[in-house]
Write a protein that binds this ligand. Structure first.
Ligand code: ZN
Length: 172
């Protein structure tokens, strides 16, 4: 009888310890992002010594979105600047690189194709893994790409439609 009693207290002590530990781990392991409001695992927040808990208040996903936006905003600016520069220096541009590219076009294309074919599975797997790990950033990047290439996409669609129309007319 005595043994059973002893066992019970010890067991409940263990249970209480476990519960305490779980609670402690919960407060150490999770944090709520002040931007998206989601509660996430602590390692989803970057290290920041200035904060009491040693982590930033905004999660990594939100921060990478912010920096991506910043990056693209600047990239668009750079592209415009580059285009203006090229326009201004059209005559001074070296023609050799163009000649080299033209001469080796097929060879370079062939090499790239060969490499892709050989590494297709690995590339696809890596891309998929990257996408799953950086879903939010990938989506933003895609949206920004569409915005940036609006005119090109429209042009491509127009050309595609035209070609198809010609092909179907040719068959008929
Ligand atoms: Zn967030």
């Amino acid at each position: 009888m005595k043994k059973e009693f002893e066992f019970d207290t010890r067991y409940s002590d263990v249970e209480k310890d476990l519960q305490d530990r779980e609670n402690r781990i919960k407060t150490i392991c999770f944090k709520t992002c002040s931007k998206c409001g989601e509660t996430k695992l602590i390692f989803k927040f970057s290290l920041d010594k200035r904060n009491l808990d040693g982590r930033t208040n905004i999660c990594k996903a939100c921060r990478s979105l912010e920096s991506l936006n910043y990056y693209y905003h600047n990239q668009v600016k750079m592209l415009i600047k580059n285009r203006e520069y090229l326009k201004a220096n059209k005559e001074n541009r070296s023609i050799y690189s163009k000649i080299y590219r033209d001469r080796n076009k097929e060879r370079l294309k062939g090499l790239a194709k060969k490499w892709y074919k050989k590494n297709k599975k690995r590339i696809k797997k890596r891309n998929l893994q990257y996408y799953q790990e950086n879903k939010e950033a990938c989506q933003v990047r895609r949206e920004l790409w569409i915005i940036k290439n609006k005119e090109r996409i429209r042009e491509y669609n127009r050309e595609y439609k035209r070609k198809h129309k010609l092909a179907s007319q040719g068959i008929a």
